[in-house]
Design a protein around this ligand. Structure first.
Ligand code: HGY
Ligand code: MN
Ligand code: MN
Length: 411
């Protein structure tokens, strides 16, 4: 337990507050979206902290950032641990940041405990987990696990038509001292620490969640096409109103998909053209995010979207398509059991929990044994500037992480 005992909760909290100043919003959250100037500053700060410890810092071709603590056998595949430093536009101080900072803290605790591991351990910050500016997210971990062609990722553009390829040089230049690395290399195991982003741990009064898997998700788009017309002279019978018909479709989708407390249906993004008060909208693009723990149910919900939109349409045309699809996944028992044993050995209350939110661990589970550690967040609030966690819970999660890493990196 020496590694866990060396975790410095004060240092971990201080680093959270320092990182949260980068992209800080006026309401106590962060807006640090992928590939922006603030994210570049966050990268530089991480590299500075890593450099102070003498760790090797590297970036791969999609700008995933790695901090390596050498093992006694450098030739062995490393154990990876980390998460993301990009945020939603109205994000919180802990989503993603916690997994990266807990990873750095664990490396430092192993140093201070004088612990050597056979395998190297690398902390990682994956590019663009959130997918707010460049959608869909999980770009860094998908590229690393070869789950999405790099060219497809580089070609994604934001609303202004700026591409990932256009913005990547800024991220790569943020850590000039970092070694360059190929995208993807053998990994022995991956562990991600994260706030739960839900209320279960807080309600149960437990500090640790032993994550067993992640529910499936479908990320879709619907484009409704009508016709621009004068608001004052065009009678209802002559209109092809894309905004009205999009609203009808969204209402029908909500009523048909949000069937139980297990279903998750979200329309969070909408673009309207020409988006002015006295012109009937000619085009509306809206996002759909559907989640469900049962993969077959999720596939059925996705398949039903087009028919529901058709049933709600009147005079407009529409098209719907999927931009990202993942079934529910279950983590490898070897990692789940190691996390659980570490929490138990540390005498920390814990429970097994299935993740409602998506994480980079989903992608890594395709290439290596993977697991996650959750800590509570206040009221389960996340993707909201009010997101909050306590220094004690963050430190407890880092203790379980440090202990888990020692066991997984034993070789
Ligand atoms: O959408 C998700 O679940 C992740 O938090 N970006
Ligand atoms: Mn996250
Ligand atoms: Mn998030």
């Amino acid at each position: 337990m020496k590694a866990a005992a060396a975790i410095d909760g004060e240092r971990l909290w201080r680093r959270h507050m320092a990182l949260a100043e980068i992209g800080a919003t006026g309401k106590g959250g962060v807006n640090r979206q992928a590939l922006g100037a603030d994210e570049a500053r966050a990268r530089a700060l991480l590299a500075e902290w890593a450099g102070e410890r003498g760790y090797r810092v590297s970036v791969d071709g999609i700008s995933n950032l790695f901090v390596r603590r050498e093992g006694t056998d450098p030739a062995l595949a490393p154990v990876l641990t980390g998460s993301h430093i990009d945020s939603q536009p109205t994000g919180g101080r802990f989503d993603g940041a916690y997994g990266v900072l807990a990873a750095l803290e664990a490396l430092q605790a192993l140093d201070e405990a004088g612990i050597e591991t056979a395998r190297p351990i690398e902390a990682v910050a994956w590019l663009n987990e959130e997918g707010s500016r460049f959608a869909p997210g999980m770009m860094g971990s998908e590229a690393f696990c070869n789950l999405r062609p790099l060219d497809d990722i580089l070609a994604v553009t934001d609303r202004a038509g700026v591409s990932v390829a256009d913005e990547l040089p800024r991220a790569l230049a943020a850590t000039p001292g970092a070694e360059r690395r190929e995208i993807g290399f053998p990994v022995a195991a991956f562990v991600e620490a994260h706030i739960e982003q839900g209320p279960a741990l807080e309600r149960a009064g437990l500090p640790i969640g032993v994550v067993t898997g992640i529910q499936g998700v479908r990320r879709m788009r619907v484009r409704v096409t009508g016709e621009e017309a004068h608001a004052g002279t065009t009678p209802p019978s002559a209109r092809r109103d894309a905004l009205w018909e999009a609203a009808r479709m969204i209402d029908a989708l909500q009523r048909n998909i949000h069937r139980t407390e297990e279903h998750r249906f979200t329309v969070g993004m909408m673009e309207i053209r020409p988006n002015v008060p006295s012109v009937v909208a000619s085009e509306v693009l809206f996002s759909i995010d559907i989640r469900h723990p049962d993969s077959d149910t999720l596939a059925r919900l996705e398949a039903g979207v087009a028919a529901i939109c058709r049933g709600a349409s009147l005079a407009c045309d529409f098209e719907s398509w999927t931009i990202a699809a993942s079934p529910s996944i279950r983590f490898d028992d070897r990692v789940v059991d190691t996390v659980e044993a570490a929490a138990a050995d540390l005498g920390l209350g814990h429970m097994r929990i299935f993740s409602g939110a998506g994480h980079d661990a989903r992608q890594l589970s395709h290439v290596c044994p993977t697991g996650m550690i959750f800590v509570p967040c206040e009221g389960g609030i996340s993707h909201n500037e009010a997101e909050n966690a306590t220094p004690a819970d963050l430190a407890d999660g880092a203790r379980v992480l440090a202990e888990t890493l020692v066991r997984l990196a034993a070789g």
